[in-house]
Design a protein around this ligand. Structure first.
Ligand code: MG
Length: 202
């Protein structure tokens, strides 16, 4: 386990936290499959809006997006580059992403290209897996003794907070609105607010 002495572990999500993803995905998908997906369809549990009744077919279609040049050349949120450098000075940073292992290699090289060696490890939970490889994000967070999670998905933040982490619910997105946030979940609008939160915390 990547626990360095005296450094708290911050687990960081990729999509919509380090880089924008869903908007590009649904633009591509809607055009290709004649669907009307909107930003509200992020983190889906139902394949119907994806134009199929077969969950695995929806996953297969989305995997086609990973072959596109939009995906291959996606850029990080510029503010995240400096923010990750600053956080890395005092904390141990790891990636915990819902991405599938099939894009492990391209994801790792993307991380390296933009953040160098800032992240000590990358964990893939394969939330949408055709090979039954899905893992629970919360289980990994507990296993690696992470103290913080930065994630745009409300369900991930709630699960992390239930397990004793402090979860920073990232971004003011249409899919992560909530009237009340449970204890342990703190909303941050962007990387500036992430830095303000950690300023003075070890
Ligand atoms: Mg995300």
């Amino acid at each position: 386990m990547p626990k360095a002495a005296n450094k708290s572990i911050i687990a960081v999500d990729i999509d919509e936290v380090l880089m924008p993803h869903f908007q590009d995905l649904i633009e591509w998908y809607n055009q290709k499959y004649n669907t009307r997906l909107t930003l509200k369809n992020n983190h889906p549990t139902d394949p119907i809006p994806w134009g199929t009744t077969d969950y695995n077919e929806a996953i297969r279609r989305v995997q086609g997006f990973f072959e596109t040049s939009e995906f291959k050349h996606s850029q990080p949120f510029m503010e995240s580059i400096e923010a990750i450098k600053i956080l890395n000075a005092k904390h141990e940073l790891v990636i915990v992403t819902g991405r599938d292992n099939i894009i492990e290699e391209s994801t790792n090289s993307w991380i390296n290209k933009h953040y160098g060696k800032a992240f000590s490890k990358t964990y893939f939970t394969a939330r949408y897996s055709l090979e039954g490889r899905s893992k629970d994000k919360a289980d990994i967070l507990i296993d690696i003794k992470a103290e913080y999670l930065i994630d745009d998905a409300l369900h991930n933040c709630v699960a992390a907070a239930k397990n004793g982490l402090t979860a920073l619910l990232f971004g003011d997105y249409v899919w992560n609105r909530a009237k009340n946030l449970p204890q342990g979940v703190v909303r941050v609008k962007g990387w500036q607010e992430v830095l303000e939160y950690f300023n003075g915390r070890s």
